[in-house]
Design a protein around this ligand. Structure first.
Ligand code: UDP
Length: 242
């Protein structure tokens, strides 16, 4: 059973377990998809039933960020750990590389996926990046055709939220791909264009602060966090009164 946070159900798995489950899904070739919602996406789901449905239809729903694990703790049903999309992806690629797994990188600005592909090939010898495509396209059918021709085992969908979740829910049946994963800004990080917070900041759960300092435009997104935590606290209070 999933852990519910304001109507969004999360799988209570560590990053390693999630990568193991994803490997099983790839071998079962079920055209499944994985999502990694953060509090901002949980918040969006309140007003967007299509997004909620898209997330509910995922084979794995991973808690991306400290806001999700904090929310779960406030609700009295703690999740075992965070499983940020970028860590999940790295773990999964590390699992796929010895098996000469095939991946397709979709998303980010032109040139970024190619840079990420070069870095992945150096870091994970054995991995085959069988295609890349930037995330600024209108013709879904053409992109799906290119992906299907490349025949990857894993499709990284890095189009930002809610576009990537809606895109996967709509197109997973048309994609001849065992597993797709919505991974936000992962390609920006792997390409080296965006620096991740130092490990200490990650461990302290303040990676969001690091990103905010480097990209102040994120403030617009982060201001929703107090409202989210307030709604979670209300929901926890209601739960204890029942
Ligand atoms: N993006 C894209 N197509 C779009 C909108 C966004 O490919 O139509 C990309 C954008 O270039 C960036 C990623 O989606 O690489 C979103 O990154 P962000 O850091 O906002 O995602 P987060 O990890 O915070 O969800």
């Amino acid at each position: 059973m999933r852990t519910d946070i304001l109507g969004v159900g999360f799988d209570n798995v560590t990053t390693k377990e999630a990568a193991g489950l994803a490997m099983e899904m790839i071998s079962q070739r079920e055209r499944a998809y994985v999502v990694t919602p953060n509090p901002e996406i949980i918040w969006m789901c309140r007003k967007d039933p299509r997004l909620r449905e898209a997330i509910g239809g995922a084979a794995l729903v991973l808690p991306d960020g400290v806001g999700v694990t904090l929310g779960a703790r406030i609700l009295g049903r703690p999740l075992r750990s965070r499983a940020p999309g970028v860590d999940f992806f790295a773990e999964l690629v590390a699992n796929l590389a010895p098996a000469r797994g095939r991946i397709f990188l979709l998303g980010a600005r032109p040139g970024v996926a190619e840079e990420a592909a070069r870095n992945l090939s150096v870091q994970y010898p054995g991995i085959a990046v069988v295609g890349t495509r930037d995330g600024y396209f209108d013709d879904d059918r053409e992109v799906i055709r290119i992906i299907n021709e490349a025949a990857p085992d894993l499709l990284a969908v890095c189009l930002g939220s809610p576009r990537q979740e809606l895109w996967m829910a709509q197109n997973a049946p048309l994609l001849d791909v065992p597993l797709s994963a919505g991974l936000g800004g992962t390609l920006d990080v792997i390409s080296g264009r965006v620096r991740r917070a130092p490990v200490l900041w990650q461990k302290l759960g303040i990676e969001w602060l690091y990103r905010l300092i480097r990209e102040p435009r994120r403030l617009r997104r982060i201001v929703k966090l107090p409202a989210y935590l307030f709604a979670v606290s209300l929901s926890a209070l209601r739960g204890t009164r029942k």
